[in-house]
Ligand binder design. Structure first.
Ligand code: MG
Length: 222
């Protein structure tokens, strides 16, 4: 009598995603919050200057702009962001695509520089089963350091090689590289990819065809 060995399970895969400019179009929120900081504190830093550093934690951006004492600015920025959060919009197809990844057995994680409370309330709107949300609040250095990417993988129990990080700024690309995670650039986001040239997805739906082509696509709305 022969004994059938059970099939060896495939290692779990993880789709790690940045939030701003990848899942949600938060640029109007960011712009309004920065304007409030300028108004309240009398600064003269155009939004374009601030925007160049998107993807990093707020305090790190302030340091790059030459402000070492930025706690008051941060408070203003947080309050204004919450007040303007209704201006955030999900990118077309995001929710359907994320559900399709989950149906294909992928685990979802968020790696963002946004504070956890603001990130959570925005993510809750999407109604997707994110298994982890990592921000610098919950430990580690912010992007472009690899810490939050690695912590998300630890949460998910997934090897770096079995994960993909989808981001839209060069700090995302650098964080992924330093974590040993393949990077995919969201072409619908706010920044241009850096070097070496990564694979660019043109739309959220394009993520599926690039990463998880499968029979579940047939006959689906995707
Ligand atoms: Mg982003």
């Amino acid at each position: 009598m022969t004994t059938m060995l059970p099939p060896s399970p495939l290692p779990p895969k993880a789709l790690l995603l940045d939030l701003d400019g990848v899942l949600l179009d938060t640029r109007p929120v960011i712009e309004r919050a920065w304007q409030q900081v300028l108004n309240e504190h009398g600064l003269d830093v155009p939004f374009e200057e601030y925007e160049r550093h998107l993807g990093r934690p707020f305090a790190d951006i302030m340091e790059l702009l030459g402000f070492t004492e930025s706690e008051q600015f941060h408070r203003t920025y947080d309050e204004a962001s919450i007040a303007a959060s209704h201006l955030a919009r999900e990118f077309d197809g995001t929710v359907e695509v994320l559900h399709a990844f989950v149906a294909a057995g992928w685990r979802l994680g968020i790696v963002t520089s946004k504070p956890l409370d603001r990130a959570s309330s925005l993510l809750a709107r999407l109604g997707c089963p994110f298994s982890t949300v990592r921000t610098p609040n919950s430990g580690g250095r912010g992007k472009p350091a690899p810490d939050t990417v690695l912590l998300a993988l630890t949460d998910l129990g997934v090897d770096p090689a079995d994960a993909v990080y989808v981001g839209d700024m060069t700090v995302d690309q650098e964080a992924a590289r330093r974590a040993g995670v393949p990077y995919l650039h969201a072409g619908w986001g706010y920044g241009c990819p850096g070097a070496p040239s990564p694979v660019v997805a043109e739309s959220p739906k394009n993520l599926l065809s690039l990463l998880a082509p499968g029979p579940f696509l047939e006959g689906s709305l995707l």
